[in-house]
Design a protein around this ligand. Sequence first.
Ligand SMILES: Nc1ncnc2c1ncn2[C@@H]1O[C@H](COP(=O)(O)OP(=O)(O)OP(=O)(O)O)[C@@H](O)[C@H]1O
Length: 317
Amino acid sequence: MADRRSGVRLVDRRGGRVSAAIEVVDLALSYGEVRAVDGVSLEVAEGEFVGVLGPNGAGKTSLLELVEGLRRPDAGTVRVLGQPVWPRDPRLLPRIGVQLQASSFFERLTTREQIHTFASLYGVAPARGDEWLERVGLVDKADTRVEGLSGGQAQRLSIACALVHDPELVFLDEPTAALDPQARRNLWDLLAGINDSGRTVVLTTHYMDEAEVLCDRVAVMDAGRVLRMDTPAALVRGLDAPARITVAPGQLRLDEARALPAVEDAVESLDGVVLVTRDPARVVARLAEDDRLDGVRVQTATLEDVFLDLTGREYRA
Ligand SMILES: Nc1ncnc2c1ncn2[C@@H]1O[C@H](COP(=O)(O)OP(=O)(O)OP(=O)(O)O)[C@@H](O)[C@H]1O
């Protein structure tokens, strides 16, 4: 059963309240019969990097658009930087950055003209645009028309455009969608640097690894609901799932494996013998004592296991 109030109250180590950059209470939005956002409550603290993770159609974009003040909710409230986002408040706009999808660029402008246009819309100097082109590694593409950029370059430009006015809070909707795995990883360093200097970042993604690497906390979303929100480590810890230790073929017989302390089960696989344990440190120490560490691989639970546990379904991005 989904936890409708999955947003924990934000407190610091001494138990004091931390100011919230985003406060969402009982938010709902339907398109006809489809409940795209179904009673979501959450908070994001100033300076946090939060991921909204879920499969296609989970409601991530709808939630983001409500939080950005681009859509009117059927029910519930959103406050961003202390202000209600609906009805729209123009004073909030310079304080937030929204990454546009690459398809929303102004047509036929070069990369430099594109970012200068964004800079002028926000009333900031063109030089700030040039600085951002440098930061996202697009100086050598400054004179290329946006139609001529690769997928990864276009995403970097759209991120630079969202940040050119130095907003306190930035929303990135699937910034690595449609990129190959290498291009995705190349973008991670840039994304990780965006919340340097205390900027709050909210990112949607359907990639588990991305959420795990980049985000302080992750809201796991499915069918319009936030099922749980916590740090990636706490989400996985909460599972109480065993670790799997694979010992290379020929190192250990199955009966020896089953007799090891703290091993709950052992099975043979193509990669060798897989030991199932809730105390991987103890098992690895024992393997080390027996000089059987060569080629040992330890796998702990991942966010995929968390999704399976919360929904009963395998995760399909
Ligand atoms: N404009 C719309 N009209 C009707 N239904 C919509 C509209 N936009 C979204 N939906 C439906 O609402 C649900 C949530 O969609 P949403 O785009 O918010 O999900 P998402 O998690 O962002 O998905 P994706 O990862 O595919 O972008 C889906 O069932 C979708 O089909």
